[in-house]
Design a protein around this ligand. Structure first.
Ligand SMILES: [Zn+2]
Ligand SMILES: [Zn+2]
Ligand SMILES: [Zn+2]
Length: 113
């Protein structure tokens, strides 16, 4: 029974290999799926797939940006004296309802005529 002897020999060799018992070197686990990786930046890039590639949320409105730079630029609009700007003209307002009123009075009325 030479075959049996060889099987036993291979099993013992496998048991002796240290890398089989080494814990995972991918400690970063995706919150949305079973993906794992070794660095936080890789995980962030992966998680973009789940979050629609817009990770950076504006604290003042529902706006989301794919890059921190883009968001910073956007947030500047809020942190100014008049955070709400009209998309159709250079008008800026302190309050959202003032802007809505402006858009209604200055733009929507005209468009409907
Ligand atoms: Zn994932
Ligand atoms: Zn915003
Ligand atoms: Zn306007």
């Amino acid at each position: 029974m030479h075959f049996q002897q060889m099987r036993t020999h291979y099993d013992e060799a496998a048991r002796g290999t240290p890398w089989l018992s080494v814990p995972s070197d991918n400690p970063y686990q995706c919150l949305y799926c079973s993906y794992k990786c070794s660095t936080e930046s890789k995980l962030t890039r992966h998680m973009n797939k789940h979050t629609g590639e817009k990770l950076y949320g504006c604290p003042y409105c529902p706006y989301r940006a794919a890059q921190a730079k883009t968001l910073t630029f956007h947030v500047r609009g809020h942190t100014g004296e008049k955070p709400y700007s009209c998309d159709l003209c250079p008008y800026r307002a302190v309050r959202m309802d003032s802007l809505k009123l402006h858009i209604f009075n200055r733009h929507e009325k005209i468009q409907k005529l």
